[in-house]
Design a protein around this ligand. Structure first.
Ligand SMILES: *Cc1c(COP(=O)(O)O)cnc(C)c1O
Length: 370
């Protein structure tokens, strides 16, 4: 058996945050349990108020998951059967799945290889008579080019729903991601930049009408209990999750700053390696993932070699959405997205990551290249 002089490195370590906040988290959870107010209790309303303030938005609506947040955001915008929604092929399946779930059709517009985000020029080319909305994703925490996307939406009379699942706390030109379009959809899946202890999500909007619609959709299409006006969902945010999120929220900006520092350090450590294309530390990028592209090398072989040396990595995403069995064969090819899926490798990142651990990851990557 081969042994390494270093401990193994996971792709993600949630324990430092939980350890640091344990007494507060325990107290918050205990309070909910003692109160017995598990559904839409005071912590939900308090979290919605606090998170709206944090994001600088008029309305925040806690929901059951990030996927539900996108579904509810799309429906609040009136997206339904017969409509097309333009989105990126290079994202987690929930992005396109949500479009299909409301009965609309996803239309995939290719990405820019540098940012790995949707290319505004490709959006422009994909707009057609049935296009109703644009669904950009701030992939890996990097804000999409919202200025140009907003310009296109304005010109064609389209709605913008932002998939902010990976970009809580990110910003662009002084405004938080989620407030740059018509509606923002967030996920608080435990591994996200703001993570609950289970599934949770959020819909945000400055538009009070869209907010009312989203609030109804969250509870079976009813404003008043037992007076259901439309077909909705059971998609409330749990009180327990809201209580956890309230404890963690005040630490998000600092921890996102730590993520950016980790990314900068990786870029310094890996800057001289010609076969590794590094992510830019752009304005408002909150590095949910630190993802490099490996050029002209066998990415899977590198990943295997790193694993043998004790360093975990992930491939987000090995198959673009338009190539997944659920959608395959029905869409025009997106060469940049296809190239990215063969090249990307996400290295371990979490805010408290120690310098020595990062050095170990960087050296292991270099030693694993051919
Ligand atoms: C995590 C994620 C989602 C879905 O969020 P859930 O809370 O898991 O439903 C949607 N889009 C993207 C880009 C994600 O990363």
């Amino acid at each position: 058996m081969q042994t390494t002089p270093f401990p193994t490195v996971p792709v993600l370590d949630l324990s430092p945050e939980i350890e640091a906040l344990f007494p507060e988290l325990e107290a918050a959870i205990t309070e909910v349990v003692r109160s017995g107010k598990f559904i839409m209790g005071p912590d939900v309303a308090a979290f919605e108020k606090e998170v709206a303030q944090f994001l600088g938005v008029r309305n925040a609506i806690g929901v059951n998951s990030g996927t539900d947040a996108i579904v509810i955001a799309l429906r609040a915008c009136g997206v339904g059967p017969g409509d097309e929604v333009i989105t990126t092929p290079f994202s987690f399946f929930a992005t396109a799945e949500s479009i299909s779930a409301v009965g609309a059709t996803p239309v995939f517009a290719d990405i820019e290889l540098g940012s790995l985000n949707i290319d505004p020029a490709a959006i422009e080319a994909a707009v057609g008579p049935r296009t109703k909305a644009i669904l950009p994703v701030h992939l890996f925490g990097r804000p999409a080019d919202m200025r140009r996307i907003a310009e296109i939406a304005e010109r064609h009379g389209l709605r913008i729903v932002e998939d902010c699942a990976q970009a809580f706390g990110g910003w662009s030109e002084g405004r938080r991601t989620g407030t740059l379009g018509d509606v923002g959809a967030f996920s608080f899946f435990p591994s996200k930049n703001l993570g609950a202890f289970g599934d949770a999500g959020l819909v945000v909007t400055d538009d009070d009408e869209l907010a009312d619609h989203a609030r109804m959709l969250r509870v079976h299409g009813a404003k008043k209990k037992y007076h259901n006006e439309m077909i909705g969902y059971n998609s409330r945010l749990d009180s327990l999750q809201a209580a956890v999120l309230r404890v963690k929220l005040p630490h998000v900006d600092r921890r996102n700053g730590q993520r950016r520092a980790v990314a900068e350090r990786y870029n310094d450590l890996l800057g001289a390696v010609p076969s590794v294309a590094l992510p830019d530390v752009t304005e408002g990028h909150v590095f949910h993932q630190y993802t490099v592209r490996l050029l002209d090398v066998d990415r899977d072989a590198v990943q295997r070699a790193m694993k043998e040396r004790g360093v975990g990595t992930m491939v987000y995403y090995p198959v673009p959405q338009d190539r997944l069995p659920a959608y395959a064969g029905r869409h025009a090819p997106n060469p940049n997205s296809d190239a990215a899926s063969a090249q990307v490798l996400s290295l371990p990142i979490w805010p408290e990551m120690a310098v020595e651990v990062q050095e170990q990851v960087a050296h292991t990557l270099m030693a694993s290249l051919p």
